[in-house]
Design a protein around this ligand. Structure first.
Ligand SMILES: Nc1ncnc2c1ncn2[C@@H]1O[C@H](COP(=O)(O)OP(=O)(O)OP(=O)(O)O)[C@@H](O)[C@H]1O
Ligand SMILES: [Mg+2]
Length: 256
């Protein structure tokens, strides 16, 4: 356990988003098989694994966009397994999507404002918050553009701004850095750290960019064919992946 997580337990006793022994199958495909994971406030947890490993399915189950076949999801000690996504959103959980869910004809700023208003924020505060988040994510110059006009990397960051507009205590990011250029990745890493350190939220970060994952995560989980293969610090996982690569002759983590 890291220093950060110890102090978190003291500051927010029992606060965590937790999936316990969750499984999810889709007509013969075991997308998740007995998966347990927890995310505390004030930490960044990486979730890596090859395409089809079950990463997005786990985000869906945690956020209420899907229900597990078996297993439970708890939010700060409360069983939310059967809660719909909007109710979990109001309870402090936000997520981004691997594929765009922005309102294409609305402006970038309006997309963020609507996300804030959707969780009960007044319009004036929503506007203020949207402008702050667009600046944080480097999208302020695009604020008045239609969301549909954004290049892929900017679109992903708009999804992050929309999630943060709800001021979540836990935020699940499904490949938010896909589409960013190498030069843009460090600024995004700084945003993830800021969400943890300044907003004091727990971040679950899915990405195929291993440099980003190794750089910003406090802990990393490795999912493969629906099963949790490993969990540890970045250096534990780096060693583990090297062992896997040596035995299998390939990286256990797919390039996108
Ligand atoms: N709604 C669905 N209906 C049927 N099968 C599904 C559904 N959602 C996911 N699957 C299957 O579950 C498995 C896990 O998919 P998932 O999208 O969770 O993987 P992932 O780790 O997010 O992959 P990627 O890195 O490509 O995003 C895959 O075999 C996928 O085809
Ligand atoms: Mg996915």
């Amino acid at each position: 356990m890291t220093e950060t997580s110890r102090s978190d337990d003291e500051r927010w006793p029992g606060a965590a988003l937790r999936a316990t022994a969750v499984s999810r199958s889709f007509e013969g495909v075991q997308a998740l098989d007995d998966v347990t994971i927890d995310l505390r406030r004030n930490e960044v947890v990486g979730l890596i694994g090859p395409n089809g490993a079950g990463k997005s399915t786990l985000v869906n189950v945690l956020s209420g966009f899907d229900a597990p076949t078996v297993g439970t999801v708890e939010l700060d000690g409360q069983d939310v397994t059967r809660w719909p996504a909007h109710k979990r959103g109001r309870a402090g959980l936000a997520r981004t999507f691997q594929h765009s869910r922005s309102f294409r004809t609305l402006s970038v700023r309006e997309n963020v404002e609507i996300a804030a208003i959707g969780t009960g924020t007044r319009p004036r505060e929503a506007r203020r918050r949207a402008d702050g988040l667009l600046a944080l994510l480097g999208l302020d110059r695009r604020a008045d553009a239609a969301a549909s006009s954004l290049p892929h990397g900017d679109e992903r960051r708009l999804g992050v701004a929309r999630a943060l507009a709800t001021q979540p205590r836990y935020v699940l990011m499904d490949e938010p850095a896909a589409g960013l250029t190498e030069a843009e990745v460090p600024a995004f890493a700084a945003v993830v750290r800021s969400v943890r350190d300044d907003h004091e939220a727990g971040v679950l970060l899915i990405d195929h960019n291993m440099a980003l994952i190794m750089d910003v995560c406090d802990r990393i989980h490795v999912l493969d064919q629906g099963r949790m293969l490993a969990e540890g610090t970045p250096s534990d996982i780096r060693a583990n992946l090297d062992v896997a690569a040596a035995y299998l002759g390939e990286s256990a983590v797919a390039e996108e």
